[in-house]
Write a protein that binds this ligand. Structure first.
Ligand SMILES: [Zn+2]
Length: 387
């Protein structure tokens, strides 16, 4: 499958959503016209449900960052509380449509005092917003997990578990890791394993008994084997790697990706460079093309330079009858910082929805529109030209 096809799919996806909406309203009007139209609308709904029943959809987001201007924007001085809900308003429908939605939580939820770069701690309300938006899984193996030391690592896990997320990446101790890693999620009768590792923790030591999953091929092979023993038929590798701001994956990433593909990984989803990197289909020993997205870029952050002001959502659609049949596609999401719908915030804007005028208010500033267009076009170009 070429990435040209992926591009078509991306457009097709947006258009499909639009067509479904149109079909829905035509169905509603039909109710008032004749019984036959009602029957047709019901039939369409059944067909749609059948399609959903025969596939499993996973959706992946990039880095959830927590720079100081972000929590300042989320603060309401009248109520003296934080709220990030509006940030995710325009991506919520994609999350709702997915069976499993995953994001890289790159900030400790370490309590007060809150802090931005370089050693983060974000308000608990960030997690509330992710929950309200519908995310299911958070990843914590990244270079900022130790920013606030042992307390930051442990408090983050506690807050995640209190909100009933699934998660992977960092652990109180070996007993906890042995119990819940690899993360296995069973949906529609399929067991999906989610693996998560980071290249390092910014040279802040992880002290025993705490554990952070570090990239170590010997350990990774053990974990893959354990996922197999637990009956996982899909093994998704989420991995924090690469060099910041490089638009193309480097040799080490490609080499490690091939190693993972050779050892039975079903898809690779990368993070850390804060820009969207190229992607490819990598052949495994059975001749299957395994989707490798080297970096999804920023899901939400205060970074405003070209290429850093957005990310991609990656969608994997798994055919439940033939689980090696995985179709991947992506949706560029621009992070708008400013006023939208009378609210000043960081707004995640799926660019296709914006460009086809799908329910997103008009950007007021020309420079924001230019930045959105630049991000959209450059991201697509990079993903198309690398097969
Ligand atoms: Zn990182």
């Amino acid at each position: 499958m070429s990435f040209f096809f992926v591009l078509l799919q991306t457009h097709f996806y947006a258009i499909t959503v639009m067509i479904k909406k149109i079909c829905f309203w035509v169905g509603v009007i039909g109710l008032f016209v004749s019984c036959q139209h009602f029957v047709n609308a019901q039939q369409a709904l059944i067909e749609q449900n059948n399609e959903q029943d025969s596939t499993l959809t996973l959706l992946f987001f990039g880095d959830i960052m927590g720079h100081a201007p972000q929590y300042q924007a989320a603060y309401n001085s009248a109520t003296q509380s934080y709220n990030y809900d509006v940030c995710f308003k325009y991506v919520k429908k994609y999350i709702d449509q997915a069976d499993i939605a995953v994001a890289n939580l790159e900030v400790p939820i370490a309590g007060t005092p809150y802090s931005g770069y370089p050693q983060f701690s974000s308000p608990d309300e960030l997690l509330d917003a992710l929950r309200n938006a519908g995310y299911d899984v958070l990843l914590t193996a990244n270079n900022h997990v130790m920013d606030r030391g042992k307390n930051g690592l442990e408090r983050t896990i506690t807050q995640i578990l209190q909100r009933r997320f699934w998660y992977a990446g960092s652990y109180f101790n070996k007993a906890q890791r042995d119990t819940i890693y690899p993360l296995i999620i069973e949906k529609k009768g399929v067991k999906v394993a989610i693996l998560n590792y980071t290249y390092g923790t910014n040279e802040i030591a992880v002290r025993s008994p705490n554990i952070v999953n570090i990239i170590d091929t010997t350990q990774i092979l053990k974990d893959i084997l354990k996922a197999d023993q637990l009956g996982a038929s899909l093994k998704i590798m989420t991995i924090h790697w690469g060099i910041e701001y490089q638009l193309q994956a480097n040799a080490q990433q490609r080499q490690l990706a091939q190693f993972l593909v050779n050892h039975g990984i079903s898809a690779i989803i990368g993070s850390h460079p804060h820009v969207v990197q190229n992607a490819e289909l990598m052949c495994n020993s059975s001749g299957d093309g395994i989707p490798v997205y080297y970096s999804l870029g920023n899901s939400i952050s205060n970074q405003r330079k070209p290429h850093t002001d957005g990310g991609i959502m990656v969608k994997l659609v798994v055919n439940l009858k033939e689980k090696t049949d995985i179709k991947s596609s992506y949706i560029p999401v621009y992070v708008h910082k400013g006023v939208l719908d009378s609210i000043y915030q960081y707004h995640l804007i799926p660019t296709t929805d914006y460009l086809i005028g799908n329910m997103i208010p008009t950007l007021k500033r020309q420079e924001d529109l230019s930045a959105l267009l630049f991000f959209d076009q450059e991201t697509r170009k990079r993903l198309i030209t690398n097969k």
